[in-house]
Design a protein around this ligand. Sequence first.
Ligand code: 4AD
Ligand code: MG
Length: 438
Amino acid sequence: MERVRIENLGDHVGKEIEVAGWLYNSRSSGKITFLLVRDGSGVVQCVVFKPDVGEELFELAKSFTQETSLLVQGTVREDKRAPGGYELNVTNLIKVGDSVDYPISPKEHGTTFLMDHRHLWLRSSRQHAILRIRHEIIHAIRDHFNNQGFINLDAPIFTPNAVEGTTTLFETDYFDTKAYLTQSGQLYMEAGAMAFGKVYCFGPTFRAEKSKTRRHLTEFWMLEPEVAYMTLEGDMNLAEGLITYIVERVLEKRQEELKTLERDQSLLERIISPFPRVHYKECCDILDEYAKAHPDEEEAQFTCGDDFGARHESIIVEKFDKPVMVHHFPAAIKAFYMKRDPQELDAVLGFDMLAPEGYGEIIGGSEREDDLETLRTRIKEHDLPEENFQWYLDLRRYGSVPHAGFGLGLERTVTWICGIHHLREAIPLPRMMHRISP
Ligand code: 4AD
Ligand code: MG
């Protein structure tokens, strides 16, 4: 008998097929038992009718507990009211594995409990919806860049130096020396851009963030494109094009998942070009005005020149109903590699993209300092060991060109698009300050 994935049942109406899966839920009344069976691709209601299957099989069906693994054989029937639109009229059932006292019942559980059982929680419909959307976004990102002639270069995870500040480095032994887990593949992508013109890396990055916010993971996935001969404006265009493509694609392909999550899709439908581009100093004015109107709101108070906190980002974004690109941050609060604006020497040719609805920064990018001596000065100013950056300085010695790129945090993007509260559900197995298990 042909084994069919639940998502493909529609191609087999009227035929007898087999589904291999797990019991999600069941209910019985009199001569009929409904088994809700999932196989990873969907859920199907299987109707076990006692006069059809006989006493023994009927009792077997009634004995199945939540998450029992089983093979269901039956005839596919179209039923508009059924979840997924199809039902199985069961002809045979085979138990594969028992499931005794499955810890996650349909009742409410606390987040800590669910996170401790993350390996099982992944089976639930909400987690399915989020992680399928994550999958779609990964796929969309790769398609978007591949279709524009970018080359995917993978950056190493063991690195000899910091990229994004020394305070969030994870250090590890590396034979008789030390290595750090990568904070960003950017410096390597700069080498790649000089070799291939347009490149990207997409992989795990690590930050020893001692913050317990809903926006911080210690291990997260970052997409990092880098392009030779690109300026800040081109970089912002690239980021805007990517985000509109991702949103469009999720709206087109993941309707069912967005519905499961009860996502307000009208908010996503607004994500179309152009996105507002706002100078850092203009943000200072927005924040200043807000703080004056809300003197008692402590978190809203702001000193121009500082980095934004989560509340400040929300206040800025609330002014617009789209992602906002804030550019020209003060050089003093940004990374060593960012190029300064010759017209405005204390500001960098960089930007952050802030997501709507208070989700905060999802992208950070910039033009890179391309002058050898200026870059050496920056490395010194940031107390970084120049010897580790000799290869990076080589990129400025041999045919240096203006270039730019950005980093997009995958989980923050998934969290925003799914409209969920916390980043920890946007990655299969989250790593946070107080969580490294399961
Ligand atoms: O702004 P960041 O630190 O930029 C860089 O690492 C650059 N080197 C990227 C580049 O230009 N190639 O990080 C980029 C993005 C942030 O906007 C955020 O979305 C995400 O990475 N991010 C985190 N996501 C989850 N948990 C954390 N601890 C994160 N830190 C940054
Ligand atoms: Mg940043």
